[in-house]
Design a protein around this ligand. Structure first.
Ligand SMILES: Nc1ncnc2c1ncn2[C@@H]1O[C@H](COP(=O)(O)OP(=O)(O)OP(=O)(O)O)[C@@H](O)[C@H]1O
Ligand SMILES: [Mg+2]
Length: 314
């Protein structure tokens, strides 16, 4: 091997050496970055944050609602069905005792949102708490404290109205006397008293909905979800039902309802949220929204921000 060859070999070795050192430097830089991130994470824990994290681990219900004032907290909630994004990142907080109206055109995502809150659908992303319980972890606890009147009415057609109510009352293991007393009261208030001893098979659409409403309330739930509770009712029964819903508010219940009867929502709801294409596009009391959008009523607010007239659901 002549001198020139030796030189080339030496240069090759040096190049390899440099490459190895380069790789080592990169590895060290990665480690330094990881350590810096770890330091930042630890700094965030000191001192106040540490206690918060402890609470999160011990009481998941405190994640979004440390003061316990909210009945429902919805965080970045998303629901996708194959190619449809029905709910697209909704954030919302509903206070205890609030009568909250969820309004929006057909297909806006109202039912999908409610169904995620009552455990009928799993969220694709995000989360929510109902009565302090996480919808992903504690749905059974949530079911104990809520009442649900679904958009698609569900009653046992071959049972009488009263038997339907008793069946659900018994599922909640209610005291027989309390169950009877409450059922009597609700049948009377809804005007369904006479029909209560008839099989639900012969009920009209509006009557089935009234029965569903009674079933939703029979166990005296603290939080009530009513999805289109008055669809198909005639004007007289509808007014009566709205009064009935208004009375629930006097009992300190939290009520979330969807409706296409925007006038009633305007008259009754403490606050409304307007949903369109899966997003919450307006939120506030009817008065606040009318002022903000310079509208004479909520219907006009709705028209201004969605560009559509609200349609009665089917
Ligand atoms: N199970 C499902 N599979 C596929 N798409 C669905 C499903 N459920 C709902 N969607 C779609 O998600 C969107 C939102 O529907 P959703 O029922 O939540 O609307 P909504 O606001 O309750 O409407 P409406 O006022 O008519 O009751 C719609 O485009 C609907 O077609
Ligand atoms: Mg719906």
């Amino acid at each position: 091997m002549d001198d020139e060859e030796k030189m080339e070999e030496l240069i090759d070795d040096l190049k390899k050496d440099i490459k190895t050192k380069d790789n080592e430097i990169v590895r060290h830089l990665d480690k330094i970055e990881a350590l810096e991130q770890e330091i930042m994470r630890l700094q965030n824990l000191i001192p106040g944050e540490a206690s918060k994290i402890k609470i999160k681990r011990e009481k998941p219900e405190d994640i979004f609602d440390p003061d316990g004032e909210s009945a429902i907290v919805v965080k970045d909630l998303v629901k996708k069905f194959d190619d449809v994004t029905a709910v697209n990142g909704i954030n919302l907080e509903i206070k205890k005792g609030e009568l909250f109206g969820l309004l929006g055109p057909n297909g806006a995502g109202k039912t999908t949102t409610i169904n995620m809150l009552v455990g009928l659908l799993n969220p694709t992303e995000g989360t929510a708490t109902v009565g302090g319980y996480d919808v992903k972890r504690d749905i059974n606890k949530i079911k104990e404290i809520i009442g649900v009147c679904p958009q698609e009415p569900s009653v046992f057609k071959f049972l009488k109205g009263r038997e339907n109510v008793e069946l659900f009352g018994n599922l909640f293991e209610m005291d027989k006397n309390v169950l009877k007393e409450r059922a009597d009261k609700f049948f009377k208030a809804s005007g369904l008293e006479e029909a209560s001893n008839r099989k639900a098979k012969g009920y009209s659409g509006g009557m089935v909905r009234q029965l569903n409403l009674i079933i939703a309330l029979i166990n005296d739930p603290q939080i009530v979800f009513l999805d289109e509770p008055t669809v198909g009712m005639d004007a007289r029964v509808r007014r009566k039902t709205w009064t009935f819903i208004g009375d629930l508010k006097q009992q300190d219940k939290t009520i979330v309802l969807t409706t296409h009867y925007i006038e009633e929502a305007e008259a009754l709801c403490d606050r409304v949220g307007i949903v369109d294409y899966g997003e919450l596009i307006a939120l506030g009391s009817p008065k606040e929204l009318m002022k903000k959008h310079d509208a004479k009523n909520l219907e006009e607010v709705f028209m201004k921000i969605t560009g559509r007239r609200i349609m009665e659901g089917v």
